[in-house]
Design a binder for this molecule. Structure first.
Ligand SMILES: *[C@@H]1O[C@H](CO)[C@@H](O)[C@H](O)[C@H]1NC(C)=O
Ligand SMILES: *[C@@H]1O[C@H](CO)[C@@H](O)[C@H](O)[C@H]1NC(C)=O
Length: 200
């Protein structure tokens, strides 16, 4: 409890960031924002749980209903080009496996980030009945950030891609290893990304 004064002082910038004017706070059922009038207080919890909370390096824990954001979508059927997909060239998904926070819109197959932060994305696009080379790009605000290729006619450019969620213990390490063959000719367009989705 002695550290709480420092904690409160240090928390103010964090609090301003998280709880703008009017301090909207998520209700228990996580659908209805409650607007609280007046000043916000930080309550220090000596045994903070990771559940739904953002913990700063100072150990300040602020509860937030939107701390958990995750989605995973898949196609359960082949996609035949439609008027809409021919126009937008979006890769549409028809099944959602996970949509915590509901920030992935299945109809438009667009994810909208609910808050500033670091997000992890991976994709694995499978084409069938199609001999044409494809290039799939991850678009951020309409601009391509990363690309992946499949079905290059003269096979000068191929990609191996996959994505996974892993349970990691402290000091566990991951890296990419070429188990077979060689990748002579360059590593352009390769990516390797990881992100702590939430602590356990
Ligand atoms: C959530 O709470 C609001 C306001 O209390 C209520 O109108 C709504 O029906 C609740 N939703 C669920 C899913 O319980
Ligand atoms: C979509 O584009 C493909 C390839 O150009 C074409 O064969 C197909 O007829 C188009 N479909 C529609 C519904 O416009």
């Amino acid at each position: 409890a002695g550290g709480c004064c420092c904690c409160l002082a240090a928390a103010l910038p964090l609090l301003l960031l998280l709880l703008p004017a009017g301090c909207p706070v998520r209700a228990q059922n996580d659908t209805e924002p409650i607007v609280l009038e007046g000043k916000c207080l930080v309550v220090c919890d000596s045994s903070p749980s990771a559940d739904g909370a953002i913990t700063s390096s100072l150990g300040i824990s602020v509860r937030s209903g939107s701390a958990k954001v995750a989605f995973s979508a898949t196609r359960s059927t082949n996609h035949e080009p439609s008027e809409m997909s021919n126009r937008t060239m979006t890769i549409y998904f028809d099944q959602v496996l996970v949509n915590i926070g509901n920030h992935f819109d299945l109809a438009s197959s667009i994810f909208v980030a609910p808050r500033k932060g670091i997000y992890s994305f991976s994709f694995h696009v499978v084409k069938v009945y199609n001999r044409q080379t494809i290039q799939v790009s991850l678009m951020q605000n309409g601009y391509p950030v990363i690309s992946a290729f499949a079905g290059d006619q003269d096979v000068t450019r191929e990609a191996a891609s996959n994505g996974v969620l892993l349970h990691m213990e402290r000091e566990d390490k991951v890296h990419l290893k070429l188990e077979r063959g060689n990748l002579m000719g360059g590593w352009k367009y390769s990516t390797f990304s990881g992100f702590l989705v939430f602590p356990l």
